[in-house]
Write a protein that binds this ligand. Structure first.
Ligand code: HEM
Length: 227
């Protein structure tokens, strides 16, 4: 066994992998949000369609996309491995626990939160990504150039209150997952500092609220616009 596989097989290695993949996915969320906010530009979707096509053809972005999918898979697989290991290490629950005094609700429910987010990602990819890549999306002309009409796929989807509601609800789960995940990832990679840790925690809380709130704003606004 090489030192890489040995490290990845240890509890610490698994936690490190969760943290590093989590931090990458956090970065992805910021870029994805910035792109998606163009859905609200009020230009009939032109900016968003040009952006989506650019993402699809740029070889660097395509490489990052493969990394993205691999990291989502690794993050999920290692989460399952870690929680199975924790259960094995303590098959009998503590007789006396005071969970709310020792940990946050989010930290104790990362598995449930993560599962809901994973289901959200599957539904989300089927609804948008799969239809754009493997379906036959409508085409639209922008400044004499033909683009796939990604905007209309999103617009049609968010007309449905159940679909939009599912997005908003999932973003609440994402907020709690990020609330714990952000600070926890920084702690795991060893960034613990008397001065900076409280700052990282504050940034983490801001991030966990702002990013999901802005994602949720998109289906809310697009649903209202469709009425
Ligand atoms: C209102 C919220 C959102 C909208 C409108 C949206 C829209 C889209 C669209 C149109 C695509 C396909 C085109 C593309 O690859 O850029 C996509 C891909 C994707 N979305 Fe979202 N998204 C939203 C939120 C999210 C969230 C919260 C997550 C993760 C928790 C997420 C994860 C992904 C992933 C992993 C892909 C595949 C990206 C790739 O090809 O690497 N999305 N999204």
């Amino acid at each position: 066994m090489s030192w890489v596989t040995k490290t990845l097989d240890s509890t610490l290695g698994r936690k490190l992998l969760m943290a590093l993949t989590g931090l990458f996915l956090i970065l992805f969320l910021v870029v994805h949000l910035a792109g998606n906010l163009q859905l609200l530009a009020g230009d009939g979707g032109d900016a968003f369609n040009v952006y989506a096509e650019g993402m699809a053809v740029n070889p660097l972005i395509r490489a990052v996309s493969i990394l993205n999918f691999s990291f989502i898979a690794l993050h999920v697989i290692y989460a399952i491995l870690l929680s199975r290991h924790n259960k094995k290490a303590r098959p009998v629950a503590y007789a006396v626990t005071n969970p709310s005094a020792n940990s946050t609700w989010a930290s104790r429910n990362m598995g449930i939160l993560g599962t809901v987010i994973f289901i959200f990602i599957l539904v989300h990819l089927r609804g948008f990504w799969y239809r754009l890549k493997f379906g036959t999306p409508e085409k639209v002309m922008i400044d004499g150039v033909e683009y796939k009409n990604a905007y209309i796929i999103v617009e049609e989807a968010f007309k449905n209150p159940i679909y939009s509601g599912f997005y908003v609800l999932s973003m609440i789960f994402l907020a709690f997952h990020l609330y714990h995940g952000f600070a926890s990832a920084f702690q795991t990679v060893g960034l613990r500092h008397k001065k900076y840790t409280p700052l990282i925690q504050k940034v983490g809380i801001g991030f966990a609220i702002l990013v999901p709130a802005l994602f949720a704003l998109i289906p809310i606004v697009m649903y209202i616009q469709s009425l």
